[in-house]
Write a protein that binds this ligand. Structure first.
Ligand SMILES: CC(C)(COP(=O)(O)OP(=O)(O)OC[C@H]1O[C@@H](n2cnc3c(N)ncnc32)[C@H](O)[C@@H]1OP(=O)(O)O)[C@@H](O)C(=O)NCCC(=O)NCCS
Length: 162
């Protein structure tokens, strides 16, 4: 699925990939996890590659998106998808994240998912602004939700509803 072009950069698109497909290096300060929970290997994640196609037709992978299911009850309508994103450092802050997250919300809504949600650290201002520009609405603080190497963190909860 292709979104609008960013002047001087190119058109932003996303496409579904397998879990073992190579993804661009996009580590950041938010990835200092510490020891992983053993159960996380059983978590089912869907993934998408974010690509930019320049005026010359060259396609550059610039980041990736993920989504995992969150159940809020036992009925089909209680199934939400929580998305995540990471962009390679040289491509951050140029509008790619907001376009890619909007595209993924549209892809998931087209599949019948009503609630597409995202959570981000209360200090991750770039992702908060990117989500707002992608049409997500801020819903509140999710307290003590994420443990990283330096301790427990509050998250902001955002959602894109259709
Ligand atoms: C967060 C991330 C996905 C956003 O994607 P992006 O393409 O960089 O974001 P966009 O360009 O769409 O929007 C960034 C917005 O944040 C602002 N911004 C960028 N860096 C910022 C910073 N360090 N502090 C404050 N604002 C910042 C930009 O000005 C822009 O706001 P605006 O639209 O009001 O001008 C990307 O920066 C990234 O991969 N960061 C590292 C990994 C990460 O944080 N992933 C999300 C974890 S929940």
């Amino acid at each position: 699925m292709t979104g609008p072009a960013i002047p001087g950069l190119g058109a932003v698109s996303i496409r579904s990939i397998d879990n073992d497909h190579p993804r661009p290096e996009s580590s950041s300060t938010w990835d200092d996890w510490g020891p992983m929970a053993p159960e996380v290997k059983d978590m089912v994640m869907e993934r998408w590659l974010i690509e930019v196609t320049g005026d010359d037709g060259a396609v550059v992978p610039v980041g990736d998106l993920s989504a995992h299911v969150v159940w809020y009850g036992p009925t089909p309508g209680s199934r939400a998808l929580n998305i995540g994103i990471a962009i390679a450092e040289p491509y951050r802050g140029r509008g790619i994240g907001s376009i890619a997250q909007r595209l993924l919300a549209e892809v998931l809504h087209a599949r019948g998912v009503v609630r597409v949600e995202a959570s981000t650290d209360v200090d991750n201002v770039a992702e908060q602004r990117s989500l707002a520009r992608a049409g997500f609405a801020f819903e509140g603080i999710i307290r003590c939700a994420q443990a990283r190497n330096d301790g427990l963190h509050d998250l902001q909860g955002w959602a894109h509803i259709e």
